[in-house]
Ligand binder design. Structure first.
Ligand SMILES: [Zn+2]
Length: 258
């Protein structure tokens, strides 16, 4: 992984040498006004539309009624379509790392709200969802880790002193898991000290694109087994139907995840 000062220097050099285009193709600075508007938030809540994040909390047999609730709140900048999708892809695959700075700035209010909601619970950490090593190699950087660092800098918070890692799964095991249609048990926690575990630390997960919520639910499962509380998650965009024109909800309205 490239260290931050070297990455910054390379980015500056790239911006001098290469012409700059918005991800939509507009010959402009980093983002054209329309894309900037699409990528600037404000953050909106998306956990209710992620099926894997909603678990059954009670069932009334007689009425055949099942009540579900999300595991924790998830904020995104918008639907994974159009201009936001192009910008996210440019940050992920096009190596336009400077876009991450803007994304971190746009997501910061959601993290600040979480800090306010959980201010009596002591310090909590940002914890990036791990990228696959082959993707980090291909892209030149772990964008989710970079986004987490920028968010930490933007909000005065800290990255977790422990991390999530993907479990090595054999091809055969992976195919079996894919047949089951889930990602159960694909992550584990590393680097969690006994002292950290005794404090039962809280974390806010960071990822790029929210789909069904299975990845975040998997992270939650691994962290809960290790004694770590997940207080929320921040993602750049949400890729599922029904979020084309989502309502902008009050971030602090739901504390059912506690
Ligand atoms: Zn544009």
């Amino acid at each position: 992984m490239t260290s931050a000062p070297i990455a910054t220097a390379l980015l500056s050099l790239r911006q001098i040498v290469l012409p700059r285009f918005c991800p939509c193709g507009e010959p402009t600075s980093l983002l054209c006004p329309a894309c900037l508007a699409a990528c600037s938030g404000p953050p909106l809540r998306a956990e209710a539309a992620a099926p894997a994040l909603n678990v059954v909390v009670s069932a009334r047999i007689r009425e055949c009624a099942v009540v579900t609730a999300p595991l924790f709140p998830v904020s995104v900048l918008g639907a994974y379509t159009g201009r936001l999708r192009r910008a996210v892809l440019a940050a992920k695959n096009g190596r336009q790392w400077a876009l991450l700075d803007g994304f971190a700035h746009a997501l910061a209010p959601a993290l600040s709200e979480l800090q306010e909601t959980w201010r009596d619970e002591g310090e909590f950490f940002l914890l990036p969802i791990p990228s696959r090593p082959q993707n980090v190699f291909r892209r030149g950087e772990d964008q989710v880790l970079a986004l987490s660092r920028l968010l930490a800098r933007e909000t005065g918070s800290s990255l977790a002193p422990f991390r999530l890692v993907n479990r090595g799964v054999s091809g055969r095991g992976k195919r079996a898991r894919e047949r089951r249609g889930n990602r159960r048990g694909s992550m584990r926690v590393m680097g969690l000290s006994r002292a950290d575990k005794e404090r039962s630390p809280g974390v806010v997960l960071v990822d790029d694109v929210l789909t069904t919520g299975a990845t975040l639910a998997d992270a939650h499962r691994a962290l809960a087994e290790a004694g770590v509380r997940v207080l929320g998650a921040l993602c750049l965009a949400a890729a599922f139907p029904g979020l084309e024109n989502p309502p902008r909800e009050d971030y602090s309205s739901d504390t059912s995840h506690r």
